[in-house]
Design a protein around this ligand. Structure first.
Ligand SMILES: *[C@@H]1O[C@H](CO)[C@@H](O)[C@H](O)[C@H]1NC(C)=O
Ligand SMILES: *[C@@H]1O[C@H](CO)[C@@H](O)[C@H](O)[C@H]1NC(C)=O
Ligand SMILES: *[C@@H]1O[C@H](CO)[C@@H](O)[C@H](O)[C@H]1NC(C)=O
Ligand SMILES: *[C@@H]1O[C@H](CO)[C@@H](O)[C@H](O)[C@H]1NC(C)=O
Ligand SMILES: *[C@@H]1O[C@H](CO)[C@@H](O)[C@H](O)[C@H]1NC(C)=O
Ligand SMILES: *[C@@H]1O[C@H](CO)[C@@H](O)[C@H](O)[C@H]1NC(C)=O
Ligand SMILES: *[C@@H]1O[C@H](CO)[C@@H](O)[C@H](O)[C@H]1NC(C)=O
Ligand SMILES: *[C@@H]1O[C@H](CO)[C@@H](O)[C@H](O)[C@H]1NC(C)=O
Ligand SMILES: *[C@@H]1O[C@H](CO)[C@@H](O)[C@H](O)[C@H]1NC(C)=O
Ligand SMILES: *[C@@H]1O[C@H](CO)[C@@H](O)[C@H](O)[C@H]1NC(C)=O
Ligand SMILES: *[C@@H]1O[C@H](CO)[C@@H](O)[C@H](O)[C@H]1NC(C)=O
Ligand SMILES: *[C@@H]1O[C@H](CO)[C@@H](O)[C@H](O)[C@H]1NC(C)=O
Length: 770
């Protein structure tokens, strides 16, 4: 039996806890000195909604804002009112002002909050550095993640020996990490990503024995990955993306058995073999991307039974995929992209309902490549292979080898326009940017309907707690392009990719091209908002050559929302153009929320630096209509060709045409002018490269289509000869009937029966040319 007075006590305690006023009487207020400090602080950083008519510990007056629903936002003062008499007043122990649009320098007055333990000022725009007055503070958890602090590593922080968590991620600090960091012996979490820190990592970091979460990504450190990381035996998370360090990963890493999240990417230095990770039994995320790893993938990787994400992409790994990979049933994402793996693609990669990407390898066992619908275009050249998710079914995979040109030579193209991440856009006549808004998924391969371009994308956005990432983005209001301008449609949308995005131009006629890559930053801004704290950097490859390192759209365009075009001269030699965009671990990853980073592109245009050849596929025509017809065509070619040479002699041509048994009649120019109201524009029903087509009516009421070839062009002549020969010799129900022709002066005119709408234009425009 619990005594009654105890139950009463518990009820009172609960009531007090609910009011956030443990151990205090109702009129206990925040210590006066601290109220004054908060006033100073609020004024300096622009926290205008604090209401000092209410006690900061009362829970009223905007001291605790309950309106925010996501963890990136918070405005919250927490007091401890349990201090006993004589000083029985409340003290601020925790301040969280996250994403509150604060600006100005960091106020020294925070140091007057002598009981403050937790201070989270993440995602604001504070400037300057950390004031020396802070040396007396007893902070345990301090975050300046996503601000604009600058200067060298603030030495004052090394005096806050109570610190257990420290984040300076996403600021503009520079210079080396001072050896004094070793004084922070209680440090558990040290986040330094996305600054401009330099120099070799100080050995003293090895003394931080209690570290559990160390992040060094996106800095400019030098030297090798230090051996002393082996001293961090309690470490659970270690992240080093694009931090400037060189490989190899030291073998001391084998002692870090608590690691569950290991992310290392973009190491410099020489190739080295896979680091010894067999003791890392708790690992859930293993990312060793672009670390110059060579040799085989160790068998034990497949036996890491907690593994959710495995990314070994863009290394030099060779040999076969270990059979143990069959055990990785729990893995959600497997990226083996961009290695030199040989042998076969394991069957279970296709069967498991997961995202597996084995693209860009050197698989030699063709029979292992599943034949899986539209994704599959197996050729004998197994240099590249792609895996992609079946669009209509979450998770399943299919594979594809080097993309062959499926078009015959006559269908080669010389121009290509793609509106990345958006719908079709007509910029002007003949310049239609094709839609690229369809595919979604962690790893995917997509070929355009006309088979003239394709794209492959690798990776999922990390840490955004979102299973359905967006791979296309749009924002019209951020764009400083006039919404009525032709290019508005190109820049309002973009395609983004977490790791690697490759566009292919397929079946291009060989030759020199100008490739224009169009960009506009439509996520990050340069205003005062949270979005202005983000920075996007990525690398650009053209035909597998690195052409832009650490490309920053905003910098190149001198602002956000502004278009910028990068042009490259490309020599297409095997009908394929390859444009690669890669994230190399640079730029912010947590603004405005976690998981915003990676390449972004708005549009691509490709134009030849030469006059594309005009290709008449005589062979195909011959095959189509049969040899007798072909022979007749050839004959007519010659006859009409000869005729044509004499075209200035109107009478002669006329006479000779009449003499031919063309199974057609001839018309005079006058008859045709009468039928078409003298080629009246209102009668024009079409226009092609060869000339115009008019609708006309003969005196007996018969409707005709009059095709007026542009007589000046030589092509026109050839077409004329070609067409008249062809059609006059043909008797085929599906063909539009040729009534006759007219050759007078410099006019070359064909007269057809008139068919309604589409039928006619299709017959006249798609049939014999192009
Ligand atoms: C304010 O902070 C306290 C202490 O961390 C927490 O318990 C409370 O849920 C927070 N309130 C809001 C609205 O975030
Ligand atoms: C009470 O507050 C005064 C002034 O803030 C301080 O000097 C003193 O040490 C405090 N006493 C206790 C027991 O906290
Ligand atoms: C953020 O603060 C700046 C001044 O520092 C102000 O100009 C801007 O309007 C504020 N933005 C928002 C969204 O409150
Ligand atoms: C440090 O960060 C961890 C993880 O965010 C958190 O659980 C812990 O409470 C923090 N430590 C302190 C002293 O606030
Ligand atoms: C390291 O962490 C352990 C366990 O949390 C703790 O007992 C120990 O006091 C810590 N050491 C330091 C120097 O903070
Ligand atoms: C690693 O820890 C040992 C003690 O366990 C210490 O003697 C050594 O100096 C540390 N190494 C570095 C590089 O800090
Ligand atoms: C990083 O270091 C390299 C040379 O070590 C230098 O060229 C580059 O400008 C540095 N970048 C930054 C952002 O400091
Ligand atoms: C791919 O494999 C073939 C045969 O094993 C080999 O000749 C070729 O060099 C390999 N290519 C690459 C890029 O490793
Ligand atoms: C994708 O999955 C759906 C549903 O299982 C199936 O009907 C379709 O044929 C698959 N497509 C390919 C290309 O495998
Ligand atoms: C688009 O930009 C406007 C202006 O910067 C912003 O208010 C809006 O939230 C943005 N929309 C999205 C979806 O990011
Ligand atoms: C491509 O351009 C170069 C000069 O940039 C020229 O020398 C070369 O002949 C061109 N090749 C073709 C196929 O047009
Ligand atoms: C393009 O490639 C062809 C074939 O490799 C070569 O003859 C030509 O010189 C190249 N042109 C340029 C501009 O590199």
């Amino acid at each position: 039996m619990i005594p009654l007075h105890r139950i009463y006590f518990i009820i009172v305690l609960f009531t007090l806890i609910l009011h956030g006023r443990i151990g205090s009487s109702d009129n206990t207020k925040l210590h006066e000195a601290e109220v004054r400090a908060l006033k100073e602080i609020g004024k300096k950083i622009g926290k205008k909604d604090w209401n000092f008519n209410k006690d900061p510990c009362s829970g009223e007056g905007n001291w605790v804002d309950t309106s925010f629903t996501t963890k990136e936002f918070e405005s919250n003062i927490t007091c401890d009112c349990s201090y006993p008499p004589p000083n029985s007043s409340c003290h601020v122990i925790r301040i969280a002002l996250k994403s509150q649009n604060l600006s100005g320098i960091v106020p020294p007055e925070f140091s007057k909050l002598r009981h403050l333990k937790v201070l989270d000022l993440s995602r604001n725009s504070l400037t300057g550095t950390i004031p020396k007055e802070w040396a007396s503070m007893r902070l345990e958890d301090l975050s300046f993640m996503g601000n604009r602090l600058s200067g060298p590593f603030p030495k004052v922080l090394t005096r806050l020996t109570t610190l257990r968590n420290l984040s300076l991620e996403g600021n503009q600090f520079s210079g080396p990490i001072p050896p004094e960091i070793a004084k922070l012996t209680h440090l558990e979490k040290l986040h330094l990503p996305s600054n401009a820190f330099t120099g070799p990592l100080t050995e003293k970091l090895g003394l931080l024995k209690n570290i559990t979460d160390m992040r060094l990504s996106d800095n400019n450190f030098t030297g090798p990955v230090p051996n002393f990381i082996g001293n961090w035996t309690r470490i659970v998370k270690l992240q080093m993306h694009g931090c400037g360090l060189d490989g190899p990963i030291p073998s001391s890493i084998s002692t870090l058995t608590s690691l569950s999240d290991l992310r290392i990417s973009d190491l410099g230095g020489k190739p080295s073999s896979f680091p010894p990770l067999s003791n890392l039994k708790s690992i859930k995320s293993l990312i060793l991307r672009r670390c110059n790893l060579n040799g085989p993938i160790p068998k034990y990787i497949g036996d890491m039974d907690k593994l959710k994400t495995l990314d070994l992409s863009f290394n030099l790994l060779s040999g076969e995929i270990p059979s143990s990979f069959e055990n990785m049933k729990k893995a959600d994402f497997i990226y083996l992209t961009g290695n030199k793996l040989t042998g076969g693609v394991p069957k279970y990669f296709v069967e498991i309902n997961k995202n597996v990407d084995v693209s860009y390898n050197n698989f030699t066992d063709e029979s292992s490549i599943p034949n899986n619908g539209e994704c599959n275009r197996v050729t004998s050249n197994l240099v590249e292979s792609f895996a992609t998710r079946n669009k209509s079914q979450k998770g399943s995979t299919c594979f594809l080898q080097r993309i062959p040109c499926v078009h015959p030579k006559k269908d080669h193209i010389y121009k290509l326009y793609i509106n990345c991440g958006g719908g079709e856009v007509k910029v002007d006549k003949g310049k239609i940017y094709q839609a690229d808004d369809e595919p979604k998924g962690a790893s995917m391969f997509f070929t355009s309907a006309d088979k003239h371009w394709a794209l492959s994308s690798t990776g999922n956005f990390m840490d955004n707690d979102d299973d359905a990432d967006d791979y296309t983005v749009q924002n019209t209001s951020r764009l400083s392009v006039n919404s009525s301008s032709l290019s508005f449609g190109l820049y309002r949308t973009a395609r983004v990719s977490p790791l690697s995005l490759t566009y292919y131009g397929l079946c291009l006629g060989n030759g020199n091209y100008t490739v224009n890559l169009h960009f506009a930053e439509i996520i990050f801004t340069d205003d005062n908002t949270l979005y202005s704290l983000g920075k996007r950097l990525f690398d650009i490859y053209v035909q597998d050559q690195l052409v832009m390192k650490n490309f920053n759209i905003q910098e190149a365009a001198r602002g956000s929302g502004k278009p910028v075009t990068k042009s490259f001269l490309v020599n297409v030699t095997d009908h394929t153009l390859k444009i690669g965009l890669r994230w190399a671990g640079k730029g912010t990853t947590g603004i405005p929320i976690r998981g915003v980073y990676g390449p972004m592109i708005s549009a691509i245009s490709v134009e030849p630096n030469f006059k594309p050849p005009v290709y008449y596929d005589v062979k195909a025509i011959i095959i189509k209509v049969g040899l007798p017809v072909a022979a007749a065509t050839l004959l007519l070619f010659i006859i009409v060709g000869v005729l044509w040479k004499k075209r200035h002699d109107k009478n002669a041509i006329d006479k000779e045409l009449r003499g031919l048994d063309l199974q057609t009649g001839t018309f005079t120019l006058r008859q045709i002018k009468a039928a078409t109201d003298n080629f009246d524009v209102t009668k024009k029903i079409g226009e092609g490269g060869f000339g115009s087509v008019y609708k006309g009516e003969l005196p007996e009421g018969k409707l005709i289509a009059v095709k007026q070839l542009s007589a000046k062009s030589r092509q026109g002549n050839r077409e004329f000869v070609n067409e008249i020969g062809m059609i006059s010799a043909l008797q085929h129900p599906n063909l539009v009937k040729l009534y006759g022709c007219c050759v007078e002066g410099n006019q070359l005119i064909l007269v057809y029966e008139y068919l309604e709408n589409n039928c006619l234009s299709r017959a006249l425009f798609g049939m014999f040319f192009f």
